[in-house]
Write a protein that binds this ligand. Structure first.
Ligand code: FES
Length: 112
């Protein structure tokens, strides 16, 4: 297994909000969405289980207006922040693909 890849600085994700990132791999570019709650970060592949499209029309904006759920801007599917489970929308019952993360010295790393 290869070593974790650097994704961003923790401060690149506003507390209580979200941001989008990518890594370049030998298999191409991988897109991620990240949600921050204090010192905790939840990272998922930025690919909606409904069609495979990225979730954000506005870069980095992944949350509902109240910040309680992740929302796909394509057809409105909503997902729990803690586990990526889709609670409403066309892919209800499916889940975003979670990405293992590690925070070290204020930087966020993802499993490569
Ligand atoms: S692409 Fe996400 S709800 Fe349709």
């Amino acid at each position: 297994m290869s070593s974790p890849a650097p994704l961003c600085r923790l401060d690149d994700i506003p507390d209580g909000a979200s941001n989008g990132f990518y890594t370049d791999t030998t298999d191409g570019r991988l897109l991620y969405l990240a949600i921050r709650r204090g010192d905790e970060v939840f990272v998922y592949e930025n690919r909606c289980p409904h069609t495979g499209l990225p979730l954000d029309f506005q870069p980095g904006r992944f949350l509902t207006a109240d910040g309680a759920l992740i929302q796909c801007s394509n057809h409105g599917a909503q997902f729990r922040i803690k586990n990526g489970f889709c609670v409403s929308g066309p892919c209800e019952g499916d889940s975003l693909k979670a990405v293992k993360t590690e925070i070290r010295n204020g930087r966020v790393f993802v499993a490569a």
